[in-house]
Every structure is written in C-alpha cells, then in structure tokens.
Ligand binder design. Sequence first.
Ligand code: GLP
Length: 240
Amino acid sequence: MAEVVIVQNAEAAGALVAAEIAELIDARPDAVLGLATGSTPLPVYQALRARLEGRDVSQVRGFALDEYVGLDPAHPESYRSVITREVVEPLGLDPRRIHVPNGAEATIQHAGDDYESAIDAAGGVDLQILGIGTDGHIGFNEPGSSFASRTRVKTLTEQTREDNARFFDSIGDVPRHCITQGLGTILRARHLVLLAFGEGKAQAVADAVEGPLSAILPGSAIQLHPHATVVVDEAAASRL
Ligand code: GLP
C-alpha cells in the first residue's frame, strides 16, 4: 500500500520532495535520480534549485522515464530538451551523467535494451519521480502495459496526444510513438514518489492507489512496490 501525503498545493509538494532528494544526495553524492517530465514535477525541480545551492552535485546521476520517437532531440519539446532545460542546467548537473532514452528511429530496435543496460550499470534508480497521465499512464506506459514491461517503444493513445498537444503547435505535430521505461523497470527503483495535482488527476490517483491491480490501470502497479509515496493536493486526493 502506497503512503499518501496530502499537501496544500504543488509548491508544498515540491518543497517536500526536494528535501527528500537533497537528503539522498547528502547521503549518497552519486545518487541515481529517476526523472520525469510533464508539468507535475516542475515544482520539485524549482524547489531543488534552492535546496541544492552550494552543494556538490557533480556526481549525481539521472535517468529520464521516456522520450518521443522520431522527434529531433534539439526540438524544444523533446524530453531530452525538457530535462536539459528544467533539470540539468538549473541544477548544474553533469549532462554526461543524465540519460534520456534515445528516440532516434535509426537505432530504435536496440534503444530499449541499451537503456536497461545503462540503468543496470548505474546500480538502479534510488528515487523515481513520477507524474500520472489523466488516463492513468506512468512514464508513457499507457493502459494495457504489462507490469513486467521493460524499456520499449509504445504507441501513444489519442488521449495522451491530445493532453500533450498544448506543448506543440498542433496535435498533428505530437509524435505517435514513444520509448518508455516499462512498468517493470519503474518498479525496480528503490523508492517511488508519484505526484499529482488538480481534480483532473483525481480518478487516475484513486485508481493507482486503490484500484484493482490491472494493466488497464498502469498506475496501480505502484501497489506492488514496497516503498511508494504519493504526494497529492486535496483536489487530486478527492476520490480517494
Ligand atoms: C506525459 C509524460 C508522463 C507524465 C504525464 C503527465 O505524458 N510522459 O511522464 O506523467 O505526461 O503530465 P503532466 O504532469 O503535465 O500532467
């Protein structure tokens, strides 16, 4: 059963999770962070700026959850760009230690296995930050994803493409495929921290925390994890 922490707002959640991450880095300067994109984790990254100021973060390592397939990594909405802009640069991390799945079409056949090997070589993820999609996806594991899945290519649902269209000029520009850590990959992280804010996430949160364990509800996979923390505001907790 995941531990649920209800906070006043996204800013408070950011401060809470940033404190936890700073503590982890103090204890282990080469900590391996599992990084998420989307708007939800941004308050964590913002709070981390102040928290990590003056600390030596040169050894910190990180693995992003997912990436679009076929989008130029230099595109401002590629997750490589987002992680660079929102995490690596503001926190002063070493970009060579921060990994994002490779969504290039030419190498996509082995990109999943390559990513799994890189996570294994790092000794696994210490703390994995997670958001959740309105359809319950974590990473880009859409409904129907196996709990045992590893990093692989997936097709985005229309719902997710619509949700993410706000980051692109039009929905036609949203890629149709992604490469994402699998639910099995995510479950191997030593601590999961899932964040969600707002009424729009209430059902997905309720399904993740209390729903039946089902591949139709990818978020419900967190119930299998021995150390999962869910940090939500009142609105996102409203259906618990
Ligand atoms: C994207 C990401 C997910 C994220 C989700 C929710 O699809 N691949 O990792 O959790 O969106 O996004 P947001 O936090 O903006 O609501």
